[in-house]
Design a protein around this ligand. Sequence first.
Ligand code: PLP
Length: 405
Amino acid sequence: MNNIALAQTNRTFDVEAARRQFPILARMVHGKPLAYLDNGASAQRAQSVIDAVDDYERRHHANIHRGVHTLSEEATSMYESARDRIARFINARSRNEIIFLRGTTEAINLVAQSYARPILRPGDEVLITHLEHHANIATLVVAPMDAHGEVHLDAVVSLMNARTKILACAHVSNALGTILPVRRMVAAAKARGITTLIDGAQAISHMSVDVQELGCDFYAFSGHKMYGPTGVGVLYGREQLLDRMPPWQGGGEMILSVTFAKTTYNALPNKFEAGTPNISGGIGLGAAVDFLSGMDLDGARAHEDALLQHATATLNKIHGLRIVGTAPEKASLVSFVVAGVHPHDLGTILDEDGIAVRTGHHCAMPVMDFFKLPATARASFAFYNTFDEIDRLKSGIERARKMFA
Ligand code: PLP
């Protein structure tokens, strides 16, 4: 099917209606309409998320959990109800399995400090893949990827052995867009008694995540990549494991009782949430989950797939452009290089046209080393992007090529 036919068959998803929910998309940049193609780094906020945070700040703010007064009770119930909705969104068995943190990075650090550090012995192995974000790197055995940026199940499984204690990998690569066969990787790990940690930062906004169906032990994601606020994210952990893990930070809220002789830790999830949390962030993330739950997600995903196909076909027509990462299963992002144009220059020139893309190593230097590249440009799409924006991206790249010819 060609791109136009694809675009035409995809009429069920109303992109313009989706765009109207995101006020920032009406912005002009350098006199041009913003084409925001940097959703992999951070997605934009829906009006309902902005409103939820605004309402909390204007009418309900107080510290949570400890207060008996009205505002504190309201703030506590808003924050804790967000936890309930997030638990439902990813089909966790219990709200106790949802730990609010700053984001994916902090979630992975919690697992490293509180789960891995106490159990790992010399000689033990942590199995990762070649396309990990830096947030996910420790003492390691690395499963390879092929020239398309695909990670094959059998390559991962062949590296599992009696020393492997943890399998830690991305669900979707932020540098290449590759979707990993995570469900089958987790099943293979589970069969061998290996604990699994999935970095869902790039997956959570592009696919339905059901942690019970995936079967993983831990799943980490960030609010700002799923149309929620920055500074808030979630570690999902199986309650049985979280229960056994020690707290990783001391402070208020993680403690039930303290004397100089003995400290009793609080129950889940508060055990891992020392100090005053990002209350407005948690509430905003709850609103983001409501927004996603209320939309036509199948339509949105079909539209994102169509954007990916359109972008792949369109960019492939540009002389000297190479797409980096061509795995058959990809989320809607395209990493690319253009002969004779450094990605940073390309990013700057595109910005003059109002087009926002990311350039750099995408915190995945091993991936860049593999492809022998210092950096790529990356256009990452959300359901509110349009075919027209991709055509503008093509024109901008061609303009940059001419400038460097
Ligand atoms: N993992 C992946 C795959 C990512 O793409 C990112 C962010 O780009 C992270 C982890 C880190 O997320 P955060 O900066 O929100 O903690």
